[in-house]
Write a protein that binds this ligand. Structure first.
Ligand code: NAG
Ligand code: NAG
Ligand code: NAG
Length: 441
């Protein structure tokens, strides 16, 4: 790239990184760990024969390397019948270059990293994958089986260049983590609710360059969370990104979502609750492109898909939506802006700037606000009491709504009744934007 472009890019990156409260990722490189000690699962009884249970050899390899070293699952196809909890490792890495096929039927987490410090999970080739074969459950109406990957109560870690496919339940959960980074991942699940892509709770977490195909959460932040930066996300036929669902004592602050491309999803961004208490504040949603989605900007504090929780509502304040472009599936039925706040706790300081989206069907957009205060569209200025939903209609095509499409947008959903192929890593996760860290090859 030219120098001028370089400086523009550097200038654009610097302020948002400040969103994080410190450095993220492992404290020592995987090369250093590998040099110290390498625990190859093949030396602990694993076989790349797609039938021997990888569980016990993987746990044995972890025990040998958990105080410093790299556990290696070399390329090849492995069966996993029993799940592994990696408890309390320090200065260790998990190098997944092979493909793990689920053969067990337990619920829980296939790979569960807990209380780790200075941890890295990665594929050196970008081809390491977990194939959950969730369709075997889903076609029978079952979706409470295993999650593929869970990192919990861990700090100073990264997960990258891994592919996760067809989880029986969720694909990737980071729960109560600090100083974490997840990037360069392709996640592809069944076309059904409840099969979340990435769910995050924690402090100081950077999630970037991730593609999700499914029918529920793309990359979602849950409570409690603070200092979260999410960027370059490709929701390639998904439920869409969200904050929530929010319950009692919600505590979410300092979250930035930027460069989010959403195609054929339920929404581009949803903040969802129904009752509850606490707050979500100091949040920025910037550079969003959407096409063919049902909802776009969707704040719904009377979310009907959730039963009402006790409390006057979660207070949403200081939320900025800036530079949203593209088209919505049906602007008259579900317009680009829906801000429905809690009546007993109106939203304050909601700012919507440079949002320009048009409809793919018909020639009309509606904008709906209830109990929301701030600037932009139908929001009321200042602060004040609850107010009933107001709807405004736009019939003039907004200027500058045009936005790029990704050429690889998924044309037909994978459904839930047959095996979902393992994808390759996409070259980019947001139009015109290379991944922040080079993809492993
Ligand atoms: C995680 O890393 C930070 C430095 O980035 C360090 O201050 C902190 O003590 C580390 N956490 C633990 C549990 O060692
Ligand atoms: C609003 O949130 C942004 C983004 O986190 C932050 O930079 C700003 O200081 C907040 N404003 C106020 C008044 O707290
Ligand atoms: C989106 O999904 C389709 C179908 O799986 C795939 O061909 C395409 O590569 C995906 N896009 C990206 C950027 O990965």
């Amino acid at each position: 790239m030219h120098f001028s472009q370089f400086f523009l890019a550097a200038a654009a990156i610097a302020p948002t990184l400040a969103q994080l409260s410190g450095s993220v990722g492992p404290l020592t490189s995987h090369a250093t760990k590998t040099a110290k000690k390498t625990c190859n699962v093949l030396s602990y009884g694993a076989k790349a024969d797609k039938s021997t249970d990888l569980g016990p050899p993987l746990l044995a390899a972890f025990k040998a390397c958990k105080t410093g070293g790299t556990v290696v699952i070399p390329s090849g196809n492995y069966a996993m019948k029993t799940w592994v909890t990696f408890e309390g490792g320090k200065a260790w890495a998990l190098q997944l270059d092979g493909v793990i096929y689920r053969t067990g039927t337990a619920a829980g987490n296939m790979l569960f990293i807990r209380n780790a410090n200075d941890f890295e999970m990665f594929s050196s080739t970008g081809k390491g994958a977990m194939q959950g074969l969730g369709y075997q459950d889903h076609k029978n109406g079952k979706r409470n089986g295993a999650r593929l990957l869970r990192v919990e109560k861990s700090t100073n870690f990264s997960v990258h260049d891994i592919i996760l496919v067809d989880a029986p339940m969720f694909h990737f959960v980071m729960n109560t983590c600090t100083n974490g980074e997840a990037y360069n991942m392709a996640i592809r699940g069944g076309d059904w609710g409840g099969l979340d892509g990435v769910d995050v709770t924690g402090t100081n977490i950077w999630v970037h360059d991730i593609m999700v195909t499914n029918k529920d959460e793309c990359v979602t932040v849950k409570s409690p969370s603070k200092n979260i930066l999410i960027e370059n996300i490709y929701c390639n036929w998904s439920g869409g990104c969200a904050i929530g669902s929010l319950g009692t004592g919600t505590a979410i602050s300092s979250v930035v979502y930027k460069n989010i491309y959403t195609w054929k999803s339920n929404q581009m961004m949803m903040v969802k609750s129904n009752g509850g208490s606490g707050y979500v504040e100091d949040v920025v949603f910037e550079n969003f492109i959407g096409h063919s989605n049902a909802w776009s900007l969707d704040i719904d504090q009377k979310w009907a898909s959730m039963s009402t929780i006790a409390g006057n509502g979660v207070h949403l304040s200081n939320m900025t939506f800036n530079n949203w472009k593209g088209t919505v599936a049906n602007g008259a039925a579900r317009g680009p802006v829906k801000v429905v706040c809690a009546d007993k706790t109106p939203c304050t300081d909601i700012t919507i700037t440079d949002l320009s989206m048009w409809t793919e069907t018909g020639s009309r957009n509606t904008y709906q606000c209830a109990s929301g205060y701030g600037k932009g569209f139908c929001l009321k200025k200042g602060t004040g009491a609850s107010y009933a939903a107001t709807t405004s209609t736009q019939t003039a095509v907004p200027t500058a709504h045009a936005a790029a499409k990704m050429k690889e947008d998924l044309k037909t959903a994978f459904g839930i009744s047959s095996s979902i192929p393992i994808p390759t890593m996409p070259a980019s996760f947001y139009p015109g934007t290379p991944p922040i860290s080079k993809l492993a090859t």
